[in-house]
Write a protein that binds this ligand. Sequence first.
Ligand code: TYM
Length: 335
Amino acid sequence: MSETSKNKPVILSGIQPSGILTIGHLTGALRNWVQLQDTYECFYMIADLHSITSRQVPADLRKRTLDTAAMFIAAGIDPDKSTLFIQSQVPQHSQLTWVLNCFTGMGECSRMTQFKDKSSRQADNINVGLFSYPVLMASDILIYQADLVPVGGDQKQHLELTRNLAQRFNHNYSPTFKVPEPYIPKVGARIMSLQDPAQKMSKSDVNERSTIFLTDSDEQIRNKIKRAVTDSGSEVKFDETRPGVANLMTLYHAATGKSFAEIEMEFAGQGYGNFKSAVGNAVADYIRPIRERFVEIRNDKNRLNGILRHGAEQAGSCAMKTLRKVYKKVGFVSF
Ligand code: TYM
């Protein structure tokens, strides 16, 4: 963090290392992170604490944590501009979580749709961590006094809880936390599964054909898009009642910058076949440089470790300032 960045508004966001990142992470989050890093002081983290709310194989988690960090940089996060770190290396997140747990109602956590979804998907492991997951997320955000949180649409409810907790704490004591705003993109906030466009595209989908991973080859990308489920019609038109085509149009827009009106004109009178091959090519062109940079960055372990170590130190010293205030306000003794 440079001296000048100290006066900039603050951003915090994160991604769980629970699988290979997908094109949804790019359009919903990473792409905006990159754009915002010149105007904000940015903290971007790999949310490994969150990921153990589902069972992880330890060696895989370690590998994917570093993969995720390398992917952040490959997508355009510049470690000289933004603070990049691993959540578990900044213990203040967990310390603040305990305090905020004591300000969160059981009802508030049980109303979270993500908790309900995940509980039904992992019925044999509905752990307390899964329940208080959004409180950890609130701590991630509030500990940096973040102004803005760039996320996809599925995180909106967690952001509302974060704002409520900040306001509650401020009201109970005195102003302590900034009340953050969500930053959700107008297009690309919810990329859907290629095989079931009613479901969100997810890194943990068991059917690999549903998901475009940022490590997929050009051929894999083209094939997945060619086989994507579309609707019974044949017109390329943006219509939310036809989510398969709408999803492919969103991907084409993300890859080319063309508006929906331009896309409709480009494919007027043509069937889905031409459209799908154009989307496949455009998405392959979009992902290729990211995949290539990823391999380079991931192979330079010393550099990557150095960036993350430095990031954790910087993040830790910022986080400590807020934690000290919070501990004092709740009445903990300090020497
Ligand atoms: P996670 O790891 O599920 O997703 C990371 C980010 O990517 C977005 N995203 C998507 N956007 C569009 N279409 C999709 N198919 C798609 N899939 C994922 C998510 O909305 C998110 O922005 N709890 C968070 C991680 C987190 C966090 C935080 C985020 C932990 N602490 C603090 C912000 C601030 C999560 O599980 O994201």
